[in-house]
Ligand binder design. Sequence first.
Ligand SMILES: *[C@@H]1O[C@H](CO)[C@@H](O)[C@H](O)[C@H]1NC(C)=O
Ligand SMILES: *[C@@H]1O[C@H](CO)[C@@H](O)[C@H](O)[C@H]1NC(C)=O
Ligand SMILES: *[C@@H]1O[C@H](CO)[C@@H](O)[C@H](O)[C@H]1NC(C)=O
Ligand SMILES: *[C@@H]1O[C@H](CO)[C@@H](O)[C@H](O)[C@H]1NC(C)=O
Length: 367
Amino acid sequence: WTFQDPLKKLTARALMTLLACSSTAQNHAAKSGLIDSCVEQLNQTHSQLHLESVRPGKASHRKKVIKLIVEILRSALYCNDECKVVATDARLTLALYALWPWILLDDPIIEAVLELLCVYTANCTKACGSLCGSGSGVTPGSKGTSSSSLMHSVMKLATGLAPDNSSTQKLAFSLLTNLALSRDCRGLLQKNNFLQAFLSVKVPKVGGVKATSLGGGGGGSLLSLWLRLLVSLSFVEDGQQSILKVTGALELLADLAPHRRHALLTLHNLCFCPANKPHIIANEKAIKVLLCCLESKEVETRSMGASALWALLHNNQKAKTTLKCPSVRLRVEEAHTISKKGIHNRQKPTSTYLLKCLENLSQLLNS
Ligand SMILES: *[C@@H]1O[C@H](CO)[C@@H](O)[C@H](O)[C@H]1NC(C)=O
Ligand SMILES: *[C@@H]1O[C@H](CO)[C@@H](O)[C@H](O)[C@H]1NC(C)=O
Ligand SMILES: *[C@@H]1O[C@H](CO)[C@@H](O)[C@H](O)[C@H]1NC(C)=O
Ligand SMILES: *[C@@H]1O[C@H](CO)[C@@H](O)[C@H](O)[C@H]1NC(C)=O
């Protein structure tokens, strides 16, 4: 683990490549203790850095070691649940949390660590839990209720970055989007008021910008990163509620929905949460946006509008009273007529779904 020898560096690179492309190699590495020894090495590096903090010369070498180990771990954990369990048992999160102050000193290391954490947390709630302190990543003596965890540090990093650190920012948000899968992590996002920062994101002027270029939320702008996180949160009920708890978030989403697919998708998902329905129904802007969707040329947009309106009306007397007016009924009927004509086009499943939504809608409005 000294890496002075160029041969060792080459060996490490070869190992990474092998691990990244073979799950057999990954499992073998886990069984022979590679993951444990990597985490152990991180632990040792932490103790050494701690002792040497007065001698900066050696620190740069230690940081190279950290980066290489982190890269090996990333290859070892990539899409491999068994290896993720081994890493969790070795308390990978705790080792990285201890090293965090040193990690922050160096952009390439931050990025390598965030990449590792993205791989580790992807589709793995146990790994997510370890980051927010609900699992084995807990600092001793602060179980569960810890007010500091690796996830706290990641949230701080995500909101505290200069706008030009886009690759770090992208990785930090990708990680938070992974973490949104876990209930405990969602709880922490909410407790920490993290979502509040969505309101202060700079929204680019939409006038003159073609809607298509804003469509898929492509690009790495901070707004796109936020919207992706919100979509991820909006698939579950507690996430839906925590979005609406941010005063002003609904208005901002309604403003963005005509230009940003991910904002519309989030708004759509929010309509399915019973506790949210009264707020959305009372929000003229949101209702207007959803009704406008019915007139879109795109089947997918019409479907999202119709499905969201149907969700609002379903089991909700208040919504029925609000929306049961001739103008709304007329718009639904028009959309229905147009959609029946377009049923033979290529997007068949979406068209069928849209028709079903519109049928349901007009049934509810006419009952
Ligand atoms: C690394 O250190 C942490 C905390 O000091 C400890 O809980 C963990 O077991 C160590 N992991 C390894 C593999 O040595
Ligand atoms: C996520 O994990 C579940 C089970 O743990 C598995 O069924 C599913 O296919 C995985 N999804 C992805 C995208 O890896
Ligand atoms: C962000 O970028 C600036 C300038 O490019 C750099 O000085 C800084 O260290 C970077 N990292 C963080 C965490 O802000
Ligand atoms: C239409 O309404 C039925 C019954 O209320 C519901 O089960 C179904 O999911 C709805 N379909 C769509 C596409 O919204």
